[in-house]
Structure formats: structure tokens, C-alpha cells
Design a protein around this ligand. Structure first.
Ligand code: ATP
Ligand code: MG
Length: 414
């Protein structure tokens, strides 16, 4: 794609509202713009990354047998009264009325809606198990929206709900989803830890959070230096150096960003909302449920928080907005431009390429390219009249002069 056609409003100044590096890069690099506190537009660069994250999630969830649907954002009060959460959710729930003064809310999560459908259709043991997910905009009137996409009032979430006839079947599915989540976080090249957690507003007995380890995280986790034991301090507040509760190793602390949360809900919604099925022996039982969330817009920022150096971004392979960035350092009509265009025409057949065809100084192009953070960069400059261009890889800071396009393609394919 030609960069003149892409809307990337980069900024020279660091906006005052940004306190953390990933937020600064997202604003300066023209990825997002704030409309009101905790409410953002995803500009084309960010939206490309979001779609890639979404597709990774879709691939991993579809692979274990989940199917995607889309539920309404606007939800009637009565189902929230049934679950008891019209009261319990408090001020975080965005409430509104229609023209007939009927009460609604904008969904912060969808247990009520999905349970309403489940009780109508999943009435026999023959229909189980079922796992349904959606990718959708959620609303939570957070007391303190902060750090850009990290804690928004409107944000993108993937929420998955699973339905079972027994606790054993829930346990099996919970492990499958947990593994799919690990694949998703690995593909996003994240350094994370799975910790046991408090179930909060969603409920249920057992839950685990996927914590992206980084200093700006709002949660503190305690973990063992020798085993898999890890927990949110909300649950186990252990001092540094204390023996790990599993008897293996000692406790360390780390800051984490909660990017995913998986719950064994059990019958927390099916009992009050009367979602029952009939089992083999004609006995009526409440449906056993699990639910599993990933904050997609928060994840975008968490990925960046682990993939920058100084004020330069470097996106992981599977979520990068483009794969190759071509920068001619001279004006249209110059040998550099002509060679850059030739390289662009060739690479564009095989890769997602961004060609900086703007009439800008080299310095401006380089600054913007650092914010856009595409790992593979082709710089076409002084030696273009000899057919030579430079290949630069941000991830390990290697540069090479090349003149053979096939050689470049081979490098990129690796
Ligand atoms: P937190 O403790 O950070 O408020 P939560 O426990 O309320 O999160 P869940 O209800 O489990 O979050 O929602 C599932 C996922 O949605 C979270 O793991 C997180 O990644 C994301 N998420 C929750 N609240 C927000 C928000 N205000 N802005 C962006 N993402 C959010
Ligand atoms: Mg919350």
C-alpha cells in the first residue's frame, strides 16, 4: 500500500495525556485518537493490528471447536434483574432508557444474554457441549479510565461461553481453552504468567488470569521462583521471600497487565436464570457453564508495551500492520525512487508492503517509520544508481546491502 493513501496522522510532540510509552507511541504514531475519557477511535494502523489479533483468536478458538456469533450490545434490564446483577454491577454498568422509558444497559459482558439463549435451546443432554464466542465492543463506566486503551470505557473484547452437563466436562473444556489462550499469547510474542485470581463481578469459584508481565501493570502477582505457582495478590498476599504454598521455591513479586481471564462459572447464572436441561435419566439439572474473556484493545497496548525500544516500536510478526516498509530517501523521479518502486512492485505480490511515497525529508520518513514499527525495512538511497538498496531488520538490528531481489525475498520468507 502507498503511504499517501493510508491515514497515519503522526505527531512530533509527545501528547500530555500519555503517561506510559506504549500510549505515547500509539498517539504519536497515529494509531489511535481519544474522543472522550476512555473512548477511542482506532485509526487504520491500530485497526489492522486489531484485526490480526482477532484472527489469531478466531483460528485458535475455531480449532478447539468453538463457534462465533454476535450478540446485541443493548440489553434489556429484566435479564439483569434475573441474574441479580442489575443491582450488583453498580455504577460500572452503563444504563439507558428507550423512548418508552424502558430500561436497558450497554453490555459490559454477556452472561445474561447467552444464558437466555441457552435455556431456550440447550434443554437436552444431547445438545452438549457447546462453546460460543463473540468479538464485540463492551461498555464499562470505569471510575478511572487510564493509560489509553488499557482501561477504556468502551473497548473490544472476545468473550466465550461454554455449556456442559457435568463438572468433569467443564474441566476438560477449561483446559482446552486455557491451552488455546496460551497459543494466542505465544503467537502475540508475549511474556506472560497464568495466575489464580479473584472472580470479581463475573462470579464462579475458580478463575485464572493471563498476566502480561510489565512494570506499568496495575495488578501485582506473587509467584514461585521454582514452580508454576502464581497468584494475583487479591487472592494470596505473600511477602517476597516467603516459602511458596506448594512447597517448591520462594515467592517473588511482579507487576502484570490482565489481558485474559478464564472462569469456571458452574451454575452461577443457570440457577437464578433457570437454564435447565434434562439428562439421560430424565432428571432436570442446571447447565454448568464456563466463561473466558480476552481484552483485545488492551492486548494491543500490552503487546506494544513489551515491544518497543526507546520510542521505537517493533511489532511481532503475526500482528504487524505491514510486513515490509520501503523508504526511498529521495524525491519522485530520482534513481532511488525508481528502484524503490521496482522493489515495491515485486514485493507487493508476496507480502503486505507499505511504500513511503510521501514527499517528505528522509528524517521525517525515518522518524515515522520508527513509530510504525515494521520489522523489515528497505531503505533506497545513494547507491540506487548501482541497483543497491539496504535491508534493515529492527528486531536484531542487522543491516545488509543487497542488489538481488530474489535474495531479499528469500530473507523475508525466513
Ligand atoms: P480489570 O480487573 O482490569 O478491571 P476485569 O476483571 O474487570 O478487569 P473481566 O471482566 O475479566 O475484566 O474482562 C475480561 C477482559 O477484558 C480482561 O481480562 C481485560 O483484558 C479486558 N478488560 C476489562 N476491563 C477493561 C477495560 N476497562 N478496558 C479494556 N479492557 C478491559
Ligand atoms: Mg474491571
Amino acid at each position: 500500500m502507498k503511504q499517501t493513501l493510508l491515514f497515519v496522522p503522526t505527531l512530533r510532540e509527545i501528547p500530555k495525556e500519555a503517561e506510559v510509552t506504549s500510549h505515547k507511541i500509539l498517539l504519536r504514531g497515529g494509531y489511535i485518537r481519544q474522543l472522550a475519557a476512555g473512548i477511542y477511535t482506532y485509526l487504520p494502523l491500530a485497526y489492522k493490528i486489531i484485526k490480526k489479533i482477532e484472527n489469531i483468536i478466531r483460528e485458535e478458538l475455531d480449532a478447539i471447536g468453538c463457534s462465533e456469533l454476535l450478540m446485541p450490545t443493548m440489553q434489556p434490564k429484566d435479564i439483569w434483574v434475573e441474574s441479580g446483577r442489575w443491582q450488583d454491577y453498580g455504577k460500572e454498568l452503563m444504563r439507558l432508557q428507550d423512548r418508552h422509558d424502558r430500561d436497558f444497559c450497554l453490555g459490559p459482558t454477556h452472561e445474561e444474554v447467552i444464558t437466555t439463549h441457552a435455556r431456550e435451546y440447550f434443554t437436552s443432554y444431547k445438545k452438549f457441549p457447546v462453546a460460543l464466542y463473540q468479538i464485540q465492543t463492551k461498555f464499562r463506566d470505569e471510575f478511572r479510565p487510564r493509560f489509553g486503551l488499557m482501561r477504556g470505557r468502551e473497548f473490544i473484547m472476545k468473550d466465550l461461553y461454554s455449556f456442559h452437563t457435568s463438572q468433569e466436562d467443564l474441566d476438560i473444556w477449561y483446559q482446552k481453552v486455557r491451552q488455546a489462550y496460551q497459543n494466542i499469547f505465544d503467537r502475540c510474542e508475549l511474556n506472560y504468567r497464568i495466575v489464580s485470581a479473584d472472580s470479581g463481578n463475573i462470579g464462579g469459584k475458580e478463575s485464572e488470569e493471563f498476566m502480561i508481565l510489565c512494570d506499568i501493570g496495575e495488578d501485582t502477582i506473587v509467584y514461585s521462583d521454582e514452580s508454576d505457582f502464581a497468584s494475583n495478590t487479591e487472592l494470596h498476599n505473600l511477602p517476597i521471600g516467603a516459602p511458596s504454598p506448594d512447597g517448591k521455591g520462594h515467592i517473588l513479586h511482579a507487576k502484570g497487565i490482565e489481558a485474559g481471564h478464564i472462569f469456571k462459572l458452574g451454575t452461577k447464572y443457570s440457577v437464578p436464570m433457570k437454564a435447565f436441561f434434562v439428562d439421560q435419566d430424565q432428571v432436570q439439572k442446571p447447565i454448568i457453564m464456563g466463561c473466558y474473556g480476552i481484552g483485545i484493545s488492551r492486548l494491543l497496548m500490552a503487546i506494544l508495551e513489551q515491544h518497543y525500544e526507546g520510542d521505537k516500536a517493533c511489532w511481532p510478526k503475526e500482528v504487524t500492520p505491514f510486513q515490509v516498509h520501503i523508504l526511498p530517501v529521495d524525491k519522485e523521479g530520482s534513481p532511488a525512487w525508481e528502484l524503490a518502486e521496482k522493489v515495491y512492485q515485486e514485493l507487493d505480490k508476496k507480502f503486505e508492503v507499505l511504500f513511503d511515497d510521501r514527499n517528505e525529508r528522509a528524517g521525517v520518513k525515518f522518524n515515522d517509520a520508527d513509530l510504525i514499527g515494521i520489522n523489515h525495512r528497505i531503505i533506497v538511497g545513494k547507491k540506487a544508481d548501482k541497483g543497491i538498496f539496504e535491508y534493515k531488520r529492527l528486531s536484531d538490528n542487522t543491516t545488509r546491502e543487497l542488489s538481488n531481489l530474489q535474495e531479499l525475498i528469500n530473507i523475508l520468507k525466513k
